[in-house]
Ligand binder design. Structure first.
Ligand code: HEC
Ligand code: HEC
Ligand code: HEC
Length: 268
């Protein structure tokens, strides 16, 4: 009797411990960065400061960098990355930064193979799950022009702290900035110039991440999309609008990194 209770207690405290950790941190704990990843990390840690400074100096007059986005403040990723984070691809950075207002970094950058993830809205301020509803989407519902209340509701600015987040076994995948691991990472990151610990930590953090996010079509299509828009609360009208989006169809035409497409080409 006694020993069975003990085993039960040990098992349940063990699973509680596991449950407190999202899949991303669990994965990090089983990851050993490769030599190649360490070499790359050495280079990026070296160049990190320079990248920051250039960003401040070279602000083209008509493309002022978007103001700092507070809603990303609870994400582990902004321990080091700018908010908003995308700077390199001139073609897509504005769109990707816009998406960070309603989609968590991990939705696009943490997509391990053969792991069944599902997606829910999360309030990133306290990590709680937000019940799905049409009102969470910026995409407006079909409005009755006489329904003033509905029109006002649709025009209300959205809460950018609410983001579509990956879950694994009912547990959010992502790591919060107030976690022990984040605090430790911050301390390591603040060390003077490329210490081996810093290089290793950067390599470890990025080892299970995908360098590029999914292409537009991964979400903006109607079949086998990454996100199930209905489960997230979109009604049929909203889902159809998001899926048949002209901008993403335009992006679908790019086949190479530096290819330029003129509007006229769309008519061909
Ligand atoms: C300890 C600091 C640190 C943290 C925390 C961090 N990054 Fe990075 N990350 C960097 C640096 C430095 C680079 C290289 C310079 C750059 O591309 O901005 C980088 C590069 C990247 C890249 C470009 C591809 C690559 O591997 O070089 C992606 C994508 C990325 N990070 C995503 C993330 C995401 C998502 C998170 C949160 C889960 C995150 N990072 C957390 C420091 C960090
Ligand atoms: C909607 C999907 C999506 C979301 C959400 C997203 N990314 Fe990205 N990210 C991409 C794509 C796609 C690329 C490839 C380059 C590009 O298109 O800008 C990328 C590239 C990057 C890069 C390397 C290129 C660069 O501009 O420096 C970094 C760093 C990065 N992401 C960090 C982040 C962080 C941090 C977050 C969360 C705050 C985040 N991303 C959220 C899709 C996304
Ligand atoms: C991870 C999934 C995902 C990826 C990848 C993604 N999107 Fe989106 N995008 C969404 C969702 C979800 C919405 C709807 C947000 C809302 O209504 O609140 C959206 C909305 C948009 C909108 C606004 C639509 C409207 O009519 O209001 C545009 C434009 C857009 N995306 C363009 C792009 C482009 C361009 C790319 C690729 C470079 C891309 N998206 C990649 C999920 C994604």
């Amino acid at each position: 009797m006694y020993s069975r209770a003990l085993v039960f207690m040990i098992l349940s405290s063990f699973s509680a411990l596991l449950a407190a950790e999202g899949l991303y941190l669990q994965t990090l704990k089983q990851t050993e960065p490769t030599e190649e990843q360490l070499q790359k990390s050495l280079k990026t840690v070296d160049e990190y400061k320079k990248i920051e400074r250039r960003g401040e100096l070279e602000v083209p007059p008509f493309h002022k960098r978007t103001a700092e986005d507070d809603s990303l403040g609870n994400s582990f990723c902004t321990t080091c990355h700018l908010s908003p984070p995308h700077t390199k691809s001139v073609r897509s950075r504005t769109f990707m930064n816009m998406h960070t207002q309603y989609i968590a970094c991990e939705t696009c950058h943490f997509r391990p193979e053969n792991v069944p993830l599902n997606y829910q809205w999360q309030d990133t301020r306290d990590g709680s799950v937000v019940a799905a509803s049409t009102g969470l989407f910026r995409q407006t519902i079909k409005l009755d022009k006489k329904d003033k209340a509905a029109i006002l509701a649709a025009e209300k600015p959205k809460n950018t702290f609410l983001k579509i987040t990956p879950y694994y076994q009912q547990q959010a995948v992502n790591l919060r900035k107030d976690s022990e691991f984040s605090k430790q990472t911050k301390a390591i990151w603040q060390q003077a110039k490329k210490t081996p610990e810093k290089v290793e930590r950067r390599a470890l953090i990025h080892a299970p991440l995908t360098e590029k996010g999914p292409n537009c079509q991964a979400c903006h299509i109607d079949k086998e999309a990454l996100l199930d828009l209905a489960i997230l609360g979109a009604d049929k009208y909203q889902a159809a609008k998001i899926q048949n989006n002209i901008v993403t169809q335009f992006f679908g035409r790019y086949k190479e990194e530096d290819q330029k497409i003129r509007i006229i080409d769309l008519l061909k």
